[in-house]
Design a protein around this ligand. Structure first.
Ligand SMILES: Nc1ncnc2c1ncn2[C@@H]1O[C@H](COP(=O)(O)OP(=O)(O)OP(=O)(O)O)[C@@H](O)[C@H]1O
Ligand SMILES: [Mg+2]
Length: 304
């Protein structure tokens, strides 16, 4: 759906994007990660048509994004990383104002506003002044606003950074639901655990270039397979240790207090047989598992 080719942007003499090339498929929930200053916000603003790149191009469903491209703007919902000031507007008025910008009728506007405030559990705040809302509430309102024109692409720049856990979960579930309904979503965040639970795909950028991108499940599985087993014990007698050391599939045992870890190349059945053998040799084992892959580990590996 989105093709980004060789995108470059310099602010004065600060390079922000240095030939970024990346693809986001239809209906993907794409997590966009990178260290501070990597170029995420710059990329998202260019996608949303709010900032002009120096060179390179972005195609959305084959159409080139340019600043002031009216048609595409109508198909993109954008949640910025910072919010402006909203003079004397109530939540409901604010939503209706944005809906009216898309040429909706009065009735349609009210219906859509009600629907979106309901979706984000904000109905009870409809009479509150926008400026009096807390940061997390403003963030939710901004997400509601970005959905007002029912865009097929949603671009969210750290939408959950100040939200309490309950709101974060609501937002996560909403984005997953929207994605299942056919929207394409690009979301930036520094919370890698949350992204790995929510996203289908991930792209890592640094210094204005893509370092890697891929399917989250595949990345995690690949990592998990190469991760060591961890064995926590209450008692681990000499006999058990001798068995472990002599096992053909076990190498480089790391010994810590009350736990051992070791790379294990065997199948799950072979792991189960090893565990039974250790118990038969007198070991009292409280847990035995392969460390799971994490995006955080991947991120630290590719960005350093
Ligand atoms: N308006 C601006 N004027 C000058 N430099 C800017 C401007 N906006 C961004 N930059 C610079 O461009 C680079 C990329 O910034 P950008 O905001 O895109 O990064 P980011 O990945 O969104 O970072 P963060 O995770 O901190 O939000 C940084 O070096 C930043 O200092
Ligand atoms: Mg940013």
């Amino acid at each position: 759906m989105i093709k980004i080719r060789n995108l470059r942007k310099v602010y004065g003499d600060i390079p922000a994007l240095c030939g970024l090339t990346m693809e986001i498929g239809s209906c993907e929930l794409f997590g966009f990660v990178g260290p501070n200053g990597a170029g995420k916000t710059t990329t998202m603003k260019i996608i949303a048509g709010l900032l002009r790149a120096d060179s390179g191009e972005i195609l959305i469903d084959g159409e080139r994004v340019t600043v002031h491209a009216k048609k595409l703007k109508g198909e993109i919902g954008y949640v910025p990383d910072f919010f402006g000031v909203y003079d004397n507007l109530k939540v409901q008025e604010y939503m209706e104002f944005y809906a009216s910008l898309y040429g909706m009728s009065g009735r349609e506007t009210r219906k859509r506003t009600e629907e979106l405030l309901g979706m984000l559990n904000m109905t009870e705040w409809r009479e509150e002044m926008v400026d009096s809302l807390s940061r997390g509430m403003k963030q939710k309102l901004c997400v509601a606003r970005a959905l007002v024109n029912n865009p097929k692409l949603l671009v969210l720049d750290e939408p959950a950074s100040g939200m309490e856990p309950k709101y974060r979960r609501q937002l996560k579930e909403l984005l997953q639901q929207l994605c299942a309904e056919g929207k394409t979503i690009l979301i930036s965040s520094h919370n890698l655990q949350e992204l790995s639970e929510m996203c289908t795909n991930i792209g890592v950028i640094d210094k204005g270039r893509l370092l890697m991108q891929g399917n989250v499940q595949e990345i995690l599985q690949e990592q998990t397979i190469s991760n060591p087993y961890v064995l926590q014990y209450i008692r681990f007698p000499e006999e058990a240790m001798a068995l472990l050391k002599s096992h053909a599939l076990v190498k480089n045992i790391a010994i810590r207090e009350n736990s051992l870890s070791f790379p294990f190349t065997g199948t799950r059945e072979e792991a189960a047989a090893l565990l039974s053998g250790l118990v038969a040799a007198g070991a009292e084992i409280s847990s035995f598992f392969r460390e799971e892959g994490s995006l955080e580990k991947l991120f630290l590996e590719v960005t350093t």
